[in-house]
Design a protein around this ligand. Structure first.
Ligand SMILES: Nc1ncnc2c1ncn2[C@@H]1O[C@H](COP(=O)(O)OP(=O)(O)OP(=O)(O)O)[C@@H](O)[C@H]1O
Ligand SMILES: [Mg+2]
Length: 506
């Protein structure tokens, strides 16, 4: 059982002093954190950048532990739209003032160079503005510094994390061996450190792979247990689709960094590109999918019963099943595609979440069900957002961010117009104070909104009167006196309040 624990997690540095290599960046990071102890420093964020597996994420968490700060993490797998970032970072800032403690919350934005594309739309801009205004320390982590916008970079301290030198790795690897009671032969750790090419994570992973089921390791063991690296998913797919030996295909999947849940998507995506493309091989595709569907059933059982032992059967069915389904081997180079399912799911999920989120706020605003808000009211709000007279009020009352405005107006990207509405809405919000409750629920906001409505109606009435338009006057009177002169006295008073107070209450 012990063997199943990933050593990279088990031995993740707990304190900055446990990290090996990159001493200068770590000292600078600590100094920056210390500067937070006496107020808000000039640069409120740092960017830790550098290659994979050198301790960037570990350093951010270790810093928080050393300073006894809580952490709030936004990973690439989270939805990092402008709205989400504002909410998370904003609440982090408020939380400390609510509890009255001075404890900081370290906001960690991992893979910050991955913030483009639809899912993170507006995210980079939100990060830029939060860095300038936050009263909580922020750590951005990136592999590629150039994946960050110049404006973000200019407001952060850039700390480079270089590859860890082999000789620095050795003491850390030795410590792990002592903890795990493993005897190492001469040159073993040196070779592991050498193979890792500066990536400490891969050194630890390799050590675990070699030490699996042994209490002594020798230099000969290393050569035979070379771990497949991440990019070898393509090699493994090659074995699955091009070889006729199920055993070697299965072995190629053992060292992968992919779970069977992911591997099945890879096979599913590429199966129709490989099998059944030539006449007479259609049956290969059908048989292949038959095996995949069986494998998928096992994966479903794993999910349902949490019995990960079944992964093994799923793995065999999807790899060996695919190998034995082919009636002939296609030669030549094939470019394997990453699963489009992931992309679609990501897009769908973020769209659906956004749609429901907006609908629920419209529902609150109109005192209507979420479903009715989604199907019938959302497009009305979208239309009001396109109308200059209402746009800012809609944005303030529904607490919309730029992504949500784009969605409601049915647009594709953030336009200048939407940006302007957002800026005006921000300005209006800031005049309401910085409370946790959304602006919409504040009395002040509602009052202001009502005043405006009153003024607009008065203006309409005045202009109607001055034009001598008696019809218009009558109409406006009816609007104002409608509740009093109700022609049907038996009508329920509660029904009145709902629609009138809501949709046009701007
Ligand atoms: N400098 C280091 N000192 C000690 N252990 C390290 C160091 N760097 C990495 N490790 C080991 O590798 C694991 C992964 O490190 P970490 O997640 O911090 O890397 P990273 O730089 O964030 O990589 P990536 O860019 O892939 O996210 C850690 O849990 C730890 O076991
Ligand atoms: Mg990381």
């Amino acid at each position: 059982m012990e063997e199943s624990i990933e050593w990279v997690e088990k031995y993740r540095p707990k304190s900055l002093s446990d990290l090996v290599g990159n001493k200068k960046s770590i000292v600078d990071m600590r100094e920056w954190a210390e500067s937070w102890l006496s107020g808000v420093p000039e640069k409120r964020a740092v960017i830790l950048h550098g290659p994979a597996g050198v301790g960037k994420t570990s350093a951010a968490h270790a810093l928080a532990k050393d300073f006894d700060w809580e952490t709030i993490e936004l990973n690439a797998s989270d939805q990092r739209t402008a709205g989400a970032i504002e909410r998370v970072a904003g609440s982090a800032a408020k939380m400390s003032s609510l509890t009255g403690t001075s404890t900081k919350r370290l906001i960690i934005l991992d893979e910050a160079d991955n913030m483009h594309g639809n899912a993170d739309r507006g995210g980079a801009r939100a990060v830029g503005s939060i860095i300038k205004t936050t009263d909580q320390p922020i750590v951005l982590i990136a592999n590629d510094l150039y994946g960050l916008t110049p404006s973000i970079r200019s407001s952060c301290i850039e700390l480079k994390f270089n590859s860890v030198q082999g000789r620095s790795m050795i003491p850390a690897l030795k410590k792990i061996c002592v903890e795990e009671k493993i005897m190492c032969g001469v040159g073993v750790l040196e070779k592991l450190a050498d193979n890792a090419g500066g990536d400490m994570r891969s050194a630890v992973k390799d050590l675990q792979a070699v030490a699996l089921g042994r209490d002594e390791i020798y230099i000969e063991d290393i050569a035979t247990s070379e771990r497949d690296t991440k990019e070898s998913i393509f090699k493994a797919l090659g074995k699955i689709f091009k070889s006729t030996d199920p055993k070697s295909a299965l072995q190629a999947t053992y060292g992968l960094d992919e779970t069977p849940e992911n591997l099945i998507h890879w096979i599913d995506e590429n199966l129709p590109l490989q099998y059944g493309t030539q006449e007479g091989t259609e049956e290969d595709l059908i048989t292949g999918y038959r095996h995949l569907s069986k494998a998928d059933r096992y994966l479903g059982r794993v999910r349902k019963r949490q019995s990960y032992r079944l992964w093994r059967y799923a793995g065999v069915l999807m790899t060996c099943g695919t190998v034995v389904s082919k009636s002939h081997v296609s030669r030549g180079f094939t470019k394997y595609q990453p699963p489009s399912f992931w992309r679609k799911m990501g897009q769908l999920r973020s769209k659906r979440d956004m749609r429901d989120n907006i609908a629920s706020r419209i529902g609150d605003h109109c005192n209507e069900s979420m479903r009715y808000s989604r199907t019938d009211l959302a497009h009305l709000y979208g239309r009001m957002l396109k109308d200059d007279a209402y746009a800012v009020d809609v944005a303030v009352n529904l607490d919309l961010n730029v992504d949500e405005m784009v969605y409601l107006t049915g647009g594709k990207k953030v336009t200048k117009g939407i940006q302007k509405i957002n800026d005006l809405a921000q300005a209006q919000r800031s005049t309401y104070g910085n409370d946790d409750a959304p602006v919409f629920f504040e009395k002040k906001a509602v009052k202001k909104v009502q005043d405006k409505k009153q003024m607009d109606l008065n203006q309409i009435m005045q202009s109607a009167a001055s034009n001598g338009n008696s019809k218009a006057e009558e109409t406006s009177k009816t609007v104002n006196s409608a509740p009093k002169d109700d022609p049907k006295p038996d009508q329920k008073p509660a029904a009145k309040a709902k629609p009138q107070r809501t949709l046009f209450d701007f």
